[in-house]
Unconditional design. Structure first.
Length: 300
């Protein structure tokens, strides 16, 4: 009798997996075709059949995110920007008279509905890194940088709890999950650093300090904080953190070069010369050429 029960249970589980795949495949097709009315009805049927399917939470999120994403085409004059997609010319003279741009904006009420589903999915499946990064990306698109920072720190805290046993698309285990997570977060930090808004510096520092707290041997966060202080013209603090980065990776020639350069800026000729000699020793041909030039300059 036990064997029959187990067989029935196994058949039920296999049927559930097949059903979930069928729902997802249909959903992807409807989403690509932009059939949102039919898609919503399909999501409701999926929810009735498998209300806690992790892919369902992602599907609802994508539905509302795409529904809330809008695009405007505008004509601008002046110097063309990188996102210019069509150059408008005077048909008689051939002179460039304008540039057609694509501008993306969001209906935040709709996108928030998507985030609500994603958050519910993350409560049930906190190890789904794809859900976390989908949320982080969306908060960036909405320019909710404080929330984005908090979401990144949530990922770091969970990474310690789950020992970086992350799952990704379709619940598959992610290979080399720690490196993937750290590199992806670093990409977000580059965005903060390159925003040109020093108000974002606090996010870089807070996230980097969290990485140092949890993973002190990772080089990225020391460099991040050093770069923030560099942009703030606080060269002493920048050098301090570049030297901490050097302790973790003594052969990082970018760090060595930065210490050499900043030491020269603050008038510490001795330290600058010392680090340019290191650059000459460990760097590539371009590094060596720069180092030799600077050593000569500092030795005069």
């Amino acid at each position: 009798m036990r064997i029959n029960v187990l067989l029935i249970l196994l058949i039920f589980l296999l049927s559930s997996f097949v059903l979930a795949d069928d729902f997802k495949n249909t959903y992807v097709q409807l989403l690509e075709e932009g059939k949102y009315d039919v898609l919503y009805q399909h999501l409701q049927k999926w929810e009735e059949a498998a209300p806690y399917d992790p892919e369902l939470f992602i599907a609802y999120f994508n539905y509302y995110f795409n529904l809330g994403r809008n695009e405007n085409m505008t004509i601008k004059k002046g110097i063309p920007e990188e996102e210019s997609i069509i150059v408008l010319k005077d048909p008689d003279t051939g002179e460039e008279v304008g540039y057609l741009h694509s501008e993306i904006y969001y209906d935040e009420e709709k996108v928030d509905l998507g985030l609500k589903y994603l958050n519910e999915g993350l409560i049930r499946y906190p190890d789904r890194l794809d859900m976390h990064f989908g949320k982080i990306h969306t908060l960036g698109e909405l320019t909710r940088y404080e929330d984005q920072k908090d979401a990144i720190i949530d990922v770091l805290n969970i990474s310690k709890e789950n020992n970086n046993e992350w799952l990704y698309h379709d619940g598959e285990k992610l290979d080399d999950a720690f490196t993937f997570m750290i590199d992806s977060i670093q990409g977000r930090l580059y965005n903060f650093i390159n925003m040109g808004d020093r108000a974002a510096d606090k996010y870089v520092i807070e996230i980097s300090e969290k990485i140092i707290e949890l993973y002190p041997d990772v080089v990225y966060p020391y460099n991040n904080i050093a770069v923030v202080y560099y942009y703030q013209n606080n060269y002493e603090e920048a050098i301090k953190y570049f030297k901490l980065a050097e302790e973790k990776n003594p052969l990082d020639t970018v760090v060595i070069n930065n210490i050499a350069y900043l030491s020269q800026v603050i008038g510490d000729k001795e330290t600058s010369l010392q680090y340019y000699e290191k650059l000459n020793k460990y760097g590539d041909e371009i590094d060596k050429e720069l180092a030799e030039q600077k050593i000569k300059e500092l030795s005069e």
